[in-house]
Design a protein around this ligand. Structure first.
Ligand code: FAD
Length: 464
């Protein structure tokens, strides 16, 4: 057996992995190599193109079969199909395996035999089939490794940034299989019981933070399911664990959608949104990216993302809604930024998350549900711990003004040493006015049947 990693990011274009993913990948490959060495093998690293590299490696080593786990990004499905036929035509055995999902996307269908477009019935069907998911196989204690061919050093891939913006990453993340299992264990022991209540609180470390580990295949959803089973049996933790597994179900659903509707990575699922009147503005986009919008919860989230490579799900929804609706910037611009900066950047989940928020995806929030970032902040960061952590320039403001510094009296701002427009920005847009402008733009594309609800209902936050 020879374990081979071929680096070919250009083969994933236009969604080649971003800078934060590269950081994770570097450490994940190092961890994989260490694990393999404990078992008598090692990781051989090579550069693409993938097919030519596989062919030359097979020839050099006398390999007779090639195995890999399937991924579902459209560019990779096309590439892997080409590789499979070319290897088979050359007399090699080529096998792809199911390891990244609980169910292969083409096996979950609605009553009419079509792909699901709504999550709840999709997950109900998946839950009914969980007993089909066999137990994960243990890792082999010893690997019969063949003499490895020459590869290149990990450092030669230059995955780590030259300008070290990643100082906040190492403190938070432990890429690799061991880190993934430690993270799951800690979550199940400490946080699973309260997950249903705490998953919406960005000031608490109440979620699993497993997304990047899952994306990079360091732990499989099958392992997550099997290991969580014991917690499901524990009194008091069942509800939280079920809620957590339901989120793993959203990951499945994202992949299901990506497989069935591959064009949605770049185009809205709801075609009416191709005519939506966006107002692209590089300066607004940049202010959002830098956490300088003047809206505290949005800025705190964007800074958390930049410093740690992760953002809490609740804040992802609020920050995305603000960009798309209040600033009327194209959802794809936001999706590209997340793809570059998230350590858990994942084409399936990111596309689904952005289209959900924009209102143009499958099972999406209606466009007229525009998150009010101030109310969201009051509700989900009640003690202001999240805002204080990421917005130190506002830390001396009395609590009542932290969610809305732009409404604070001048004397209060002066006493806290905050000069709006200098220490912290004035809001890029007026929240109420920009909301009305977004709704007016939406009126241009909505169907007559899509009535806008009464104002009170519109302000109610959505569950997700
Ligand atoms: C605009 C936007 C963009 C997003 N981009 C991504 C992305 O690129 N990659 C990504 O993995 N998730 C993405 N999400 C979904 C979600 O925010 C993250 O999966 C979650 O915050 C990761 O943190 P966690 O591992 O602590 O999640 P937990 O709350 O612990 O959830 C457990 C696991 O379930 C999965 N999961 C949870 N929520 C979702 C969801 N809404 N959709 C799909 N899977 C989910 C993840 O694999 C996660 O690790 C996005 C959401 C939004 C609103």
């Amino acid at each position: 057996m020879i374990a081979l990693y071929i680096h070919a990011p250009e083969e994933e274009a236009p969604w080649s992995p971003g800078a934060a993913s590269h950081w994770w990948l570097h450490h994940s490959l190092a961890a994989l190599d260490a694990e393999l060495r404990l078992r008598g093998a090692q990781l051989v690293i090579a550069r693409g193109p993938s097919l030519a590299t596989l062919q030359s490696m097979a020839q050099a080593t006398g390999a007779t079969s090639v195995h890999w786990n399937r991924t579902y990004e459209p560019a990779l499905i096309a590439r892997d199909a080409t590789i499979k036929s070319a290897l088979r035509a050359a007399g090699l055995q080529a096998h792809s395996h199911a390891g990244n999902l609980l169910f292969e996307p083409w096996t979950v269908k609605n009553g009419s035999g079509d792909p699901f477009r709504v999550f709840t019935p999709f997950w109900r069907v998946c839950q009914g089939r969980l007993s089909e998911v066999g137990p994960p196989l243990p890792a082999p204690a010893k690997i019969r490794a063949a003499r490895p061919p020459a590869g290149i050093a990990l450092a030669a891939l230059e995955l780590l940034p030259q300008r070290r913006w990643d100082s906040g990453f190492a403190a938070l993340w432990s890429p690799g299989e061991q880190g993934a299992h430690a993270r799951l264990k800690e979550f199940l022991e400490d946080d699973a019981a309260d997950y249903a209540e705490m998953r919406d609180r960005p000031d608490m470390a109440g979620t699993s933070r497993l997304a990047a580990h899952l994306h990079f295949g360091e732990i499989s959803p099958r392992q997550v399911l099997a290991i969580s089973a014991a917690t499901l049996e524990r009194d008091g933790a069942r509800r939280g664990t079920e809620s957590f597994l339901r989120e793993v179900g959203w990951r499945e659903f994202g992949h299901h959608l990506l497989y069935a509707f591959p064009h949605t990575t770049d185009q809205p699922m709801d075609v009416r949104y191709t005519h939506f009147q966006w107002r692209p503005d590089a300066a607004l986009l940049r202010a959002w990216q830098r956490g300088q919008t003047g809206i505290p919860l949005v800025d705190a989230g964007m800074r958390e993302l930049w410093h740690t490579g992760w953002m809490h799900n609740r804040v992802r929804m609020v920050a995305a809604s603000f960009l798309i609706k209040n600033l009327q910037q194209p959802w794809l611009d936001g999706a590209r930024w997340f793809h570059d900066t998230l350590v858990d950047a994942d084409l399936a989940s990111n596309t689904a998350g952005w289209q959900w928020t924009a209102g143009c995806g499958a099972d999406a929030a209606p466009f007229y549900r525009i998150f009010n970032p101030v109310l969201q902040s009051e509700r989900f960061d009640p003690a202001r711990g999240y805002l204080r952590r990421w917005l130190p320039e506002l830390a001396r403001l009395p609590a009542e003004w932290l969610h809305r510094p732009f409404l604070a009296p001048a004397a209060v701002l002066a006493a806290a040493g905050v000069r709006l427009g200098q220490d912290y920005p004035v809001p890029l847009v007026d929240l109420a006015g920009s909301r009305d402008r977004a709704l007016a733009a939406w009126q241009q594309i909505r169907t007559p049947a899509e009535a806008q609800p009464a104002p009170a209902a519109r302000r109610r936050p959505t569950r997700r």
